[in-house]
Design a protein around this ligand. Structure first.
Ligand code: TRP
Length: 508
């Protein structure tokens, strides 16, 4: 069913007419596509196809799941905007649009998908504020800080966002014990970065770094949120370094018409418990609750905000005339924790941000201003999204039935897993005969991301699945048990966190 918000605005139509020639001029001669393989190195597309989809890999890898990458060809391009700074060049100016990486001009590009989400921020006409205006009718990719939908093509994000693939060499440099890569590195769940090499070079010369990540407390935490936090904890332990963790109740309030500050602040507290439950220690973990701690951030925020033009913000985030001005200012608040360490300790060190790649636009604008303010540019490592239990897309709280929350009771977990989308066949008999397809299976992804750390066992599970020896019911049952055990322990630690949460606040 087509809802009102799927209709295209006249302005979009006009945009297409005006900018189609531009699009042609800017990308007409390029139709080569570079991709990264599992080793993190660049290769031509046909090489990737051979390696990923038909190669000898024993592990099904997340990006090959369900269907082809496909951006809605009907989507309209937005006008090119002038930006002064190289880093915050949006998709029209992005590093990805250099000649080497430019994509096929006839192919719709991510920026269009990206921008359309903001065709309606805080609309006055009652349309859903969080919906993409040209919401996917198929499995098209939408990746913005506020929305992730469809089949995510990670190589394409690297190209379009202008980040770097995480190479094996860099992964090994990042690990203090390179012979034993963390699961999330080994499986390339972290797959892209900005300036990780610079941070490691500095570290070798004696300049430490701090970690920074965060969460928009729009609701309860699900296990997809835990993925980068688990890796952050690992890095914190390896490098014995501080973590600044920002809970952005203000952001969630501003970007969602329905949200109220009481609710988002309540979820800040609830979400902090989930973070602490993972095992972070108060000595070097500093949680920033935006609305409570804004006084600490405010001077830095102002310095940042003063140096980001409206034009840059608009082109990076897609703001529209109807966007509320709180939202327009807000990115400066997410930038502030990148630099707070110096204010608190006098030490000027870079921040390394482990986070999902949808947050990248924030870092682009932050990196533009960092050096002008006397700081290092913040570096990032980007993780993939844990897929939801349905067909395509990341695990998203807006579709609770496809999403395992940390507070889901065992029966609910069982039911959600039972209803999950798999690569199974219509009948058990058929599946025994022809086998199933783990590459499209949401259940397999959970083993891959979190619940089967043993590579040999994972490969064996994949083999049995393909061979028709392992049926979906059994695989789901195993996962339900593993998940419920994990969640039970998590909740125990979460309960204990209530007694110590005060020790973690940045104002302690
Ligand atoms: N904007 C993020 C969200 O909506 C929250 C956030 C703030 C964050 N600072 C961050 C996420 C740093 C990752 C890294 O979830």
């Amino acid at each position: 069913m087509k809802s009102k918000r799927h209709r295209k605005s006249p302005r979009n139509k006009l945009g297409t007419l005006l900018f189609r020639p531009l699009r042609f001029l800017f990308g007409a001669h390029v139709n080569r596509q570079l991709k990264i393989n599992r080793e993190g190195s660049l290769c031509l597309q046909f090489v990737l196809t051979a390696t990923v989809h038909h190669g000898k890999s024993h592990l099904a890898i997340p990006e090959s799941r369900n269907g082809q990458p496909c951006l809605n060809p009907k989507q309209k391009k937005q006008p090119k905007t002038q930006t002064a700074n190289p880093e915050s060049r949006n998709f029209y100016h992005s590093e990805s649009l250099n000649k080497k990486n430019r994509t096929n001009p006839n192919q719709p590009t991510l920026e269009k998908t990206y921008m359309t989400r903001h065709a309606s921020p805080n609309r006055k006409d009652g349309e859903n504020n969080t919906a993409n205006q040209n919401a996917p009718e198929n499995n098209e990719m939408v990746v913005t800080p506020w929305e992730v939908k469809g089949k995510v093509d990670y190589e394409r994000l690297i190209r379009e966002f202008g980040t770097q693939p995480l190479t094996t060499q860099l992964l090994e440099r990042l690990e203090k014990h390179p012979d034993k890569l963390h699961l999330q590195l080994e499986r390339r769940i972290f797959f892209s970065h900005r300036d990780l090499d610079t941070v490691l070079d500095l570290y070798d010369k004696g300049v430490k770094f701090v970690l920074y990540t965060g969460r928009g407390p729009s609701g309860p935490v699900h296990i997809g949120h835990l993925v980068p936090w688990i890796f952050t904890l690992h890095l914190q332990q390896e490098y014995d370094t501080r973590l600044y963790f920002q809970l952005t109740d203000d952001e969630k309030f501003l970007v969602d018409d329905e949200a109220n500050l009481g609710e988002t602040s309540k979820y800040s507290y609830e979400n902090a418990l989930d973070l602490i439950a993972l095992g972070f220690k108060p000595e070097n973990t500093f949680i920033i609750y935006d609305t409570q701690d804004i006084d600490l951030l405010y001077d830095i925020t102002l310095e940042v905000a003063k140096r980001i033009t409206y034009s840059t913000a608009r082109s990076s985030f897609g703001f529209q005339d109807s966007t509320n001005i709180g939202w327009v200012f807000w990115p400066a608040i997410q930038a502030a924790p990148c630099f707070i360490h110096k204010k608190l300790t006098g030490e000027n060190v870079p921040a390394l941000i482990p986070a999902a790649i949808d947050q990248d636009p924030y870092w682009r604008v932050t990196r533009d201003v960092a050096q002008k303010l006397g700081y290092y540019k913040p570096a990032q490592i980007h993780n993939r999204f844990l897929p939801g239990l349905g067909v395509g897309g990341k695990m998203s709280a807006s579709m609770p039935e496809t999403c395992i929350f940390t507070m889901d009771p065992p029966e609910v977990v069982k039911k959600k897993i039972w209803n999950a989308f798999t690569g199974g066949k219509g009948t058990a008999a058929e599946q025994r005969k022809t086998g199933a397809d783990p590459t499209v299976c949401s259940i397999f992804q959970y083993y891959f991301y979190l619940f089967e750390e043993d590579n040999v066992k994972l490969a064996e599970r994949e083999r049995r699945c393909r061979a028709g020896e392992l049926l979906c019911g059994e695989c789901k049952k195993d996962l339900t048990e593993k998940l419920n055990k994990f969640l039970e322990q998590h909740r125990e630690r979460r309960e204990k966190a209530k007694d110590v949460i005060d020790q973690y606040g940045i104002k302690r």
